[in-house]
Write a protein that binds this ligand. Structure first.
Ligand SMILES: C[S@@+](CC[C@H](N)C(=O)[O-])C[C@H]1O[C@@H](n2cnc3c(N)ncnc32)[C@H](O)[C@@H]1O
Length: 357
């Protein structure tokens, strides 16, 4: 008898309270996102920081930008944030009063912190960006149309082009979210950049990444390349050339090309198209394409696997792209005509994939 036959019928298997609770947690997963959004909207993290790092509920209520705060409502929100490991709760005055401070994750909710995730939280949880998740079923049978397009009637890049405020939030969100990633990229892959004389960051957003690379390696001639409306609103970038354009039409020439969080937005055929253009834009002997994207290990129990799989679903729903396994990368790079490549893990959710023409 095969092992499949050995299993009892599914409906006769024991189901525990724990199983049921697990499903409740999944059903209400959106509560985590939206309690977080509310915490950001009312600025809890900054209020705590500006109160010397610790605050009582009454103090917090008095500093919120909301009239007549209900202390019961606020307490229950704060209690949930403690449970989410965002706030720390301690007691003082002989255990009578509770005092709240920021856990390390909570510091990512500070508005002006270098690695703030506030724009990303506000961007990803705003109503327009949640519509696509309700169109997953329609996306399933759609061929080339994403759930985002099904829900919003327009693809994500056109939507951002027509909504400057959302576009700015998205670009700031990407920049904030990837500051830690860029730090790991620079620190863990110094040898990748050290010998380069020129580098183009394709789809470089508001220029945060290329600016950091230029600061770490000032000898490299750096270029930011992105869609015209994105380049027009990018940071002031001394000594960095800005080139507006469409990577599906052409890419500027350089010794190396950086594709950071780009290929996961596109289908395999679209990636092959982009990668072929990149291969033609770099020198055959000394050139390379530096890809920064997830290298998915589907079977792994690694602590970051869930995050990587969530990002894959995000790509599935919103951009039509995907997160890729080592085999997927190998196939893609072979199809685009690259001679060899190596995947380098860094201290990040993503890895670095160096591809040689
Ligand atoms: C997910 S963001 C990544 C931004 C940045 N590389 C980073 O790591 O934060 C994708 C970027 O690709 C850009 N993009 C989308 N379509 C493009 C195109 N056809 N040509 C050039 N850039 C494009 C977007 O404007 C956006 O800045």
């Amino acid at each position: 008898m095969g092992s499949l036959d050995a299993k009892p019928a599914a409906e006769t298997q024991e189901v525990s309270i724990k199983d049921q609770a697990q499903l409740w947690n999944i059903i209400y997963g959106f509560a985590d996102s939206l309690v977080l959004r509310c915490a950001v909207e009312i600025g809890i993290a900054d209020i705590i920081k500006n109160n010397d790092g610790a605050i009582t509920l009454a103090q917090l209520a008095s500093k919120l930008p909301v009239p007549n705060v209900s202390s019961d409502y606020l307490y229950r929100m704060v209690r949930y944030l403690v449970h989410l490991n965002i706030l720390e709760q301690e007691t003082c005055n002989g255990g009578v009063e509770k005092v709240y401070s920021l856990k390390p994750v909570g510091t990512l909710l500070l508005r002006d912190a270098e690695r703030s995730m506030v724009p990303m939280i506000l961007g990803m949880t705003q109503k327009d960006f949640m519509v696509s998740w309700h169109f997953m079923k329609e996306g399933l049978g759609s061929g080339s149309t994403t759930a985002f397009e099904k829900g919003m009637g327009i693809d994500i890049w056109k939507y951002l082009e027509g909504n400057p405020d959302q576009s700015q939030l998205f670009n700031e969100g990407m920049a904030g979210e990837t500051r830690l990633l860029t730090k790991s990229l620079i620190e863990d892959c110094r040898d990748t950049f050290q010998g380069l004389d020129s580098l183009v960051d394709i789809g470089g957003g508001n220029g945060t990444t290329i600016k950091a690379i230029h600061e770490a390696f000032p000898h490299i001639k750096c270029t930011l390349y992105d869609l015209p409306h994105v380049v027009a609103n990018s940071h002031d970038l001394p000594n960095i050339e800005k080139v507006p354009g469409d990577m599906f039409k052409s890419v500027p020439s350089a010794q190396a090309i950086l594709l950071k969080l780009i290929l996961h937005d596109w289908t395999d055929d679209e990636c092959v198209n982009i990668l072929k253009k990149c291969r033609e834009a770099i020198p055959k002997e000394t050139g390379k394409v530096i890809i920064v994207d997830v290298a998915l290990e589907e079977e792994s129990n690694h602590e970051l696997t869930k995050t990587r799989l969530i990002l894959d679903i995000d790509m599935l729903v919103n951009t039509g792209g995907r997160e890729r396994t080592a085999d997927d990368w190998e196939n893609l790079l072979k199809r685009a005509g690259f001679r060899s490549h190596r995947i380098r893990p860094i201290r990040a959710i993503q890895s670095v994939i160096e591809a040689f023409p």
